[in-house]
Design a binder for this molecule. Structure first.
Ligand SMILES: Nc1ncnc2c1ncn2[C@@H]1O[C@H](COP(=O)(O)OP(=O)(O)OP(=O)(O)O)[C@@H](O)[C@H]1O
Length: 223
């Protein structure tokens, strides 16, 4: 698939719960061909930000634009943007094969890199282990025919060898997609990202110039 480069900008995102401010005028930019990292302390609002970008949170204000065009309900545009939430989202009664058909992803294409998933193709999602299910769901989102992908903690529940393989797949997919990666495996995030945002406790994003040092200065990493 050949596409023109595309830019997604999310800005003016304000979110609060019961007067507690979580996001305050957040700005974030994604670009096809680039991988953007998102880091922040526990509870800083990273998951809320991804949900807000999808239109799945009751934000006070929010603007998500793709190439300057406002996206009213991003969650209704899987052709433009897909989102991997922290929780499982495929109905447990679906087999892996049916889930891949639903997302329009060719199971044969991933069989070489992920033989365990391919071998389980007739297994129902609800019968998979936590790691198997997570991996299948990541691949559905990552390999689907879309332009932007938001990944919320994709590496949780995966064993190291799968994380390594996933690094390669994320790199490959980010050549044509714009990917936002949020995960506490910060080494993976730094290694894969072309640029990194930090969501500070005041609910604003800061683009990190020297990620390792900045993360230490902000108390995310020990010094
Ligand atoms: N529906 C909700 N109602 C009230 N508070 C909420 C709701 N969802 C999230 N919060 C609060 O918003 C804050 C940010 O949560 P969020 O899950 O976005 O953090 P996070 O940065 O993803 O954290 P972690 O790194 O621990 O996963 C937390 O204090 C959380 O308790």
């Amino acid at each position: 698939m050949n596409r023109q480069p595309s830019v997604l900008e999310a800005d003016g995102i304000w979110l609060q719960f019961g007067g507690r401010k979580i996001l305050q005028s957040v700005y974030i930019k994604l670009q096809t061909g680039h991988l953007t990292g998102l880091l922040g302390r526990n509870g800083s609002g990273k998951s809320c930000l991804l949900k807000s970008m999808m239109g799945l949170m009751p934000t006070e204000t929010r603007s998500v634009r793709v190439d300057g065009h406002y996206l009213d309900k991003p969650y209704q545009r899987p052709d433009v943007i897909r989102y991997l939430p922290q929780h499982s989202f495929v109905p447990p009664s679906l087999t892996i094969r049916a889930a891949f058909e639903w997302y329009g992803v060719n199971l044969d294409e991933i069989a070489g890199d992920y033989p365990t998933i391919a071998a389980l193709k007739n297994q129902r999602m609800g019968r998979l282990s936590g790691g198997e299910k997570r991996l299948a769901e990541i691949l559905l989102v990552l390999k689907s025919d879309t332009v932007f992908v938001l990944l919320d903690e994709p590496f949780s529940h995966l064993m190291p060898v799968q994380i390594e393989q996933l690094h390669a797949t994320i790199r490959q997919e980010s050549q044509r997609k714009g990917i936002l990666l949020s995960d506490h495996l910060y080494r993976s995030v730094l290694e894969l990202s072309d640029s990194v945002y930090f969501l500070n406790t005041g609910g604003r994003t800061i683009r990190l110039a020297s990620p390792e040092q900045d993360l230490k200065d902000r108390g995310y990493l020990g010094s």
